[in-house]
Design a protein. Structure first.
Length: 109
């Protein structure tokens, strides 16, 4: 799991301390991961799970943009992903609250 390096944290601190800058982190990681590793930055806004959840600069609350989405398709898609993960080498499946993904590890070629 990729965590921010000390150099990255220092750069974010400097960028977010300058009132001329508006800093947002847009990530595929979930809100808990961003809070754990970057939540101490009060002048930084966050977008978690590819935009599904947003926390504005200076706010303590996350806004869930997925609440009104129709998620009924997920079960069927998960079954398809699981099937190909089981029969294929190097495939792996992941999911977040509203996001499903299926990756292939090229190191298996």
């Amino acid at each position: 799991m990729a965590v921010p390096t000390e150099a990255t944290l220092e750069a974010l601190e400097k960028l977010s301390a300058d009132p001329k800058n508006v800093v947002y982190i847009i990530s595929g990681r979930d809100a808990a991961f961003l809070e754990q590793h970057l939540g101490h930055f009060r002048n930084v806004g966050f977008s978690a799970e590819h935009g599904g959840f947003v926390k504005e600069r200076g706010s303590a609350e996350w806004v869930n943009f997925t609440e009104s989405l129709d998620m009924s398709w997920m079960g069927e898609v998960e079954e398809i992903f699981k099937y190909y993960t089981e029969v294929g080498f190097g495939f792996f499946f992941f999911f977040f609250f509203f996001l499903r993904g299926w990756w292939f590890d090229v190191d298996f070629l």
